[in-house]
Design a protein around this ligand. Structure first.
Ligand SMILES: [Zn+2]
Length: 168
């Protein structure tokens, strides 16, 4: 089994083994959680960290990038933020917090694949229904708590499942 990240208008997909998917989310989570300032940036990283195979099932975390919690008014800034996060991953920032050494070439390949998908996506592609559903769940789940808590060990944003890096 494996996971596929894709852009609905593009036949080219980013397919990753289950193991590589966990690493991909670990390193995006480390860089993204550290760099995110705006809520619309944090939301994108939480969406990615929810792809937590230890919690939702191995090989079940593929998604269409159009379903990510994009904000129509901040779409450009959000894309720039993710490119910045990808660049930060390529510098291996925060990898000392992991209990293993990721394979750099495999991570770099997957980051470039993710970047390519993001580059092609346009604001009109946003899956508004999926985004609204995600935002409603997110607000509901966190109405009584701080929305943006982080793991004390990894400094990674917590999802409803906890810390994705701790689970790995
Ligand atoms: Zn953690």
């Amino acid at each position: 089994m494996a996971n596929t990240i894709y852009y609905k208008k593009d036949p080219e997909v980013l397919g990753m083994s289950n193991g590589l998917t966990s690493v991909f989310i670990n390193v995006l989570g480390l860089s993204g959680s550290r760099l995110a300032v705006k809520n619309y940036e944090k939301n994108l990283i939480i969406f990615l960290l929810e792809k937590d195979q230890a919690s939702v099932g191995i090989g079940t975390v593929g998604f269409d990038i159009c379903e990510m919690p994009w904000d129509i008014d901040a779409f450009k800034e959000q894309k720039q933020f993710l490119f910045h996060v990808i660049d930060d991953v390529l510098l291996k920032n925060g990898w000392n917090k992991l209990s293993y050494n990721p394979n750099y070439d495999m991570v770099a390949n997957s980051m470039e694949g993710f970047r390519k998908l993001l580059q092609k996506m346009q604001v009109e592609d946003i899956d508004k229904e999926a985004v609204q559903e995600w935002m409603e769940c997110f607000e509901e789940e966190r109405k009584d708590i701080d929305k943006y808590l982080v793991c004390e060990i990894h400094n990674v944003l917590l999802t409803c499942f906890g810390c994705q890096v701790c689970h790995d």
